[in-house]
Ligand binder design. Structure first.
Ligand SMILES: Cc1cc2nc3c(=O)[nH]c(=O)nc-3n(C[C@H](O)[C@H](O)[C@H](O)COP(=O)(O)OP(=O)(O)OC[C@H]3O[C@@H](n4cnc5c(N)ncnc54)[C@H](O)[C@@H]3O)c2cc1C
Length: 278
C-alpha cells in the first residue's frame, strides 16, 4: 500500500507520536496505512544468540516479557517510557522510525549494537541502528519501506548494562539520559559502549568516554574522567527542561551512575533501576 499510495501515506503503529503531531497539524498525511491489522509483527523472540522484536511490539509487552526481564537495560528502557497508557500503545518499531532525539529506545539500543530490519517492495535489508538514524526525526527509510524487526545480540557473560533517564514527570520525555554497556574482566573494563540521549539532534555515541574506560581498572577517577568526556560531547539545547549547563551537569551524574550499575550487573549483581524524577 505504501508503494501504491506514495509519499502522501504514513504508517500508523501505536499512534503515540504521529497522532499528537497530526493534532498539532505538524503532520498532515493524506492517507494512514494502519500496521495494526497485520498479524505476526508483534513478538519477542530469543533465537540464535539474538533477541528479535517485531516492529509492532508495544513498550508494555517488552516491559512485562520474561525474556526482556533477563536483559535489565531493555526492561528498564521499556518500563520507563512515559506512562502506562503510552506504553500500552507505543511500539519499538514506531519509536525507532520516529527518530525523536528525546526517545529512549535509540539511546539504549545503540549500546547494544542493534540492527534494524527493513522491508519494501524491493526486498529486505538490515541496517545497523548507528546508520539508520541520520538526524533528528530522520532515517534512511525510503517512502515505500517499513521497519519490520529490531534485532539485538544477546550480550555474553561478564557484561552488564544500565540506562538512566532524568525526568520531570512520567508522561514527559527525559531531560537527559545515558546508556552504558561494559564488558569486564575482573576489575578491568575490556569493552565499553556509552550513548547519551536528549542532548543532541540524535543519540550521541560518547567515544572519548568509552576510550577512558577501555582497558582500565574502573576506579572513581577513571569513571569521573569518562563522565567528563561525556559532558564534553553532549550538545544540548536550552529549553523548559533546563539550561545547557544544567543538562551537561546531568549527563555527568547519569553517566557516572550508569557505569557503576553496569559494572555491578556485569559482576552478576541484581540491581533494580528506574528513571530518576526531578
Ligand atoms: C505523552 C507522551 C509521552 C511520551 N514519552 C516518551 C518517553 O518518555 N520516551 C519515549 O521514548 N517515547 C515517549 N513517547 C513516544 C512513544 O514512545 C511512542 O510510542 C513512539 O515514539 C512512537 O511509537 P508509535 O508506535 O506510537 O508510532 P506512531 O506514532 O504510530 O508512528 C511514529 C512515526 O513512525 C512511523 N512508523 C511507525 N511504525 C513504523 C514502522 N514499523 N516502520 C516505519 N515507520 C513506522 C509512522 O509513520 C510515524 O511517522 C511519548 C508519547 C506520548 C504521547
Amino acid at each position: 500500500m505504501l508503494a501504491q499510495i506514495g509519499d502522501e501515506a504514513k504508517l500508523l503503529a501505536g499512534g503515540q507520536s504521529l497522532i499528537p503531531l497530526m493534532k498539532l497539524r505538524f503532520a498532515n498525511p493524506r492517507h494512514l496505512v494502519d500496521l495494526n491489522f497485520i498479524p505476526g509483527i508483534s513478538y519477542i523472540k530469543e533465537e540464535s544468540g539474538a533477541l528479535r522484536f517485531g516492529a509492532l511490539t508495544r513498550h508494555a509487552e517488552i516491559e512485562n516479557s520474561a525474556i526482556a526481564a533477563r536483559f535489565p537495560i531493555i526492561h528498564d528502557c521499556a518500563a520507563g517510557i512515559a506512562d502506562v497508557q503510552v506504553r500500552n500503545r507505543g511500539t519499538i518499531g514506531g519509536s525507532i522510525a520516529e527518530a525523536d532525539p528525546s526517545g529512549d529506545w535509540a539511546t539504549v539500543l545503540l549500546t547494544q549494537a542493534a540492527e534494524v530490519h527493513c522491508l519494501s517492495p524491493k526486498g529486505e535489508r538490515s541496517i545497523p541502528l548507528s546508520q539508520f538514524i541520520t538526524d533528528a526525526y530522520t532515517t534512511v527509510l525510503a517512502p515505500d519501506e517499513l521497519v519490520s524487526e529490531i534485532k539485538v545480540k544477546i550480550p555474553p557473560k561478564g557484561t552488564g548494562a544500565a540506562y538512566l533517564a532524568f525526568k520531570r514527570a512520567a508522561p514527559v520525555y527525559p531531560t537527559a539520559s545515558a546508556a552504558v554497556h561494559v564488558a569486564m574482566d575482573g576489575d578491568v573494563c575490556k569493552e565499553a559502549a556509552i550513548t547519551l540521549g536528549c542532548v543532541g539532534l540524535t543519540a550521541i555515541k560518547a567515544s572519548a568516554a568509552e576510550t577512558a574506560l577501555r582497558g582500565q581498572k574502573l576506579t572513581d577517577k577513571c569513571i569521573a574522567a569518562a563522565a567528563e568526556a561525556a559532558r564534553a560531547v553532549a550538545d544540548p539545547q536550552p529549553d523548559m527542561r533546563g539550561s545547557v549547563a544544567y543538562k551537561r551537569a546531568l549527563v555527568v551524574a547519569l553517566v557516572k551512575r550508569a557505569i557503576e550499575i553496569a559494572v555491578r550487573r556485569a559482576r552478576g549483581e541484581q540491581v533494580e533501576v528506574s528513571h530518576i524524577y526531578a
